[in-house]
Design a protein around this ligand. Sequence first.
Ligand SMILES: [Zn+2]
Ligand SMILES: [Zn+2]
Ligand SMILES: [Zn+2]
Length: 125
Amino acid sequence: MKLYMCKYCGTIVEKSSSPSTSGCSAAGHSSHSWSKLTSDGSLSAVSGYKAYGCRYCGKIIYSKSTPSTSGCPAHSSHSWSSLCSKTSSSAKTYQCKYCGGTVQCESTPSTSGCPAHSSHSWSRL
Ligand SMILES: [Zn+2]
Ligand SMILES: [Zn+2]
Ligand SMILES: [Zn+2]
């Protein structure tokens, strides 16, 4: 499924076509501005996908290939780090003690690209 993200409010939507622009919750914006992050992505862990995290907005998504850099709500463009190359719906869940982000990986995720610190510090939940 495709993933779209609003560059104003940071909402991510999993949808086959561009979502409606109405109902943005960001201050000063009444409509969403969607950017397509990936054509083969998911908000939950899917076998065969990789986990990516943006070092600016902190969002973590699952995608077959590196997501698009356009439309980051925290910076001019996303900077995606590959957190793990193997995931599945039964993979272990890890949480970073600095940014609070959670990710499902088969093994300990990469420490690069933490939005709150120089590197992620993952604990298994
Ligand atoms: Zn929005
Ligand atoms: Zn970002
Ligand atoms: Zn972190």
